[in-house]
Design a protein around this ligand. Sequence first.
Ligand code: NDP
Length: 433
Amino acid sequence: AAKNPGEKEFLQAVLEFAEVIVPFVEEHPVYKKAKILERMVEPERVVIFRVPWLDDKGEIQVNRGFRIQMNSAIGPYKGGLRFHPSVNLSILKFLAFEQVFKNSLTTLPLGGGKGGSDFDPKGKSDNEVMKFCQSFMTELCRHIGQFTDVPAGDIGVGAREIGFLFGQYKKVTNEFTGVLTGKSLNYGGSLIRPEATGYGCVYFSDEALRHHGHEIAGKTAVVSGSGNVAQFTTEKLIELGAKVVTVSDSSGFVYDKAGIDAEKLDFIKDLKNVRRGRIKEYADKFKAEFHESKTPWGIKCDIAYPCATQNELDEDDSKTLVKNGVIGVFEGANMPTTPEAMHFLRQKGVLFSPGKASNAGGVGTSGLEMAQNSQRLSWTRDEVDYRLKIIMKSIHENCVNHGAGSKIVDYVKGANIAGFRKVADAMLQQGVV
Ligand code: NDP
């Protein structure tokens, strides 16, 4: 803590990880002797830079850009860019740290990183977003590359932003390479990448539920968020026969007792991806309840998918979920559950999967996008979806292998140990670098 003052989220992520890994390292002195854990919590490199740009009125705006290159033991740094006013060093270091173990779990050769800016795309014109992205990439391009560091999207960075960033990278470097993932299909993107995090999360929960004698069909599901992850989590849940009754955004949540169907989901996609409006419009259009400034965890459900942001599900929420009979909580977002809530859920025997396991399908499919770019080929939708399923299945198996308990699988333990081992062994083999 003394070394990282004020880095609340980063310390939270490290502490959660250490709870599982410190006892494991004690049992395996080879990691202790090589100070693997001490090395892992120190980023290999952090870049912080100024991002000046001109808004539509011709006024100068200044934002701060970041890239955290956390660990490259098993592959080039890989992890998303987040554009949100709350972005700071602590949040990005926590995300980069989680990314290292998540990427390790995917079975693919991907190191861990994360980056972004405190730029807020909300209320900005396309032209302003482009100006910002160009300025951001003019500096970032010195630090990334297809064999060094391959960023992707995250909160506030979707297909539009990736397009502007890619265009500027190509212009400055005079190279067409797979330096970013989450690209549009016509210039090197992969089919299924937009869907991958949400679909993967549901595939993982399907494995976990079936492993414990349940199934998704017929279950009532509560989803938070209404962005990329929430939309495709909802889509796959509907396809597999669950009834999804909530979605949310930073202004509140919608409770649709009748359940969200494919047509209503199309409305959400248009509202959020094209018109960039507020989720209340859904409630007005489909006569659903809107609960301002609230999260959806009070709604009775069998399975819950927090898919918005960090620390959005606290201890009180976890108590309400348990009281209402929840069977499983599967993180689509990164660290959406507070440590207290996580402890309570696990203690009560709720199946709980941490984001580094259940949301790894996004980066996994980004890895598949990199493979296609290297081959100069595009795989079919079915092929990518099939590989995504295999990745999620193998992450689940890995969690079972390292986290099997007497009654239920401890996914937190399983994911952390499995993710740690692969990176730690590579670091041992590569010496003190
Ligand atoms: P989007 O920007 O597409 O959507 C984010 C959603 O969360 C929006 O509904 C947004 O509401 C809501 N939200 C954001 N911040 C807050 C907040 N402070 N309080 C309440 N709601 C908030 O992002 P993604 O769907 O891509 O990402 C969601 C989560 O999933 C993040 O934790 C991300 O790190 C994680 N993730 C994403 C992956 C991906 O492939 N996209 C991969 C793995 C993890 P509003 O519309 O009001 O802003």
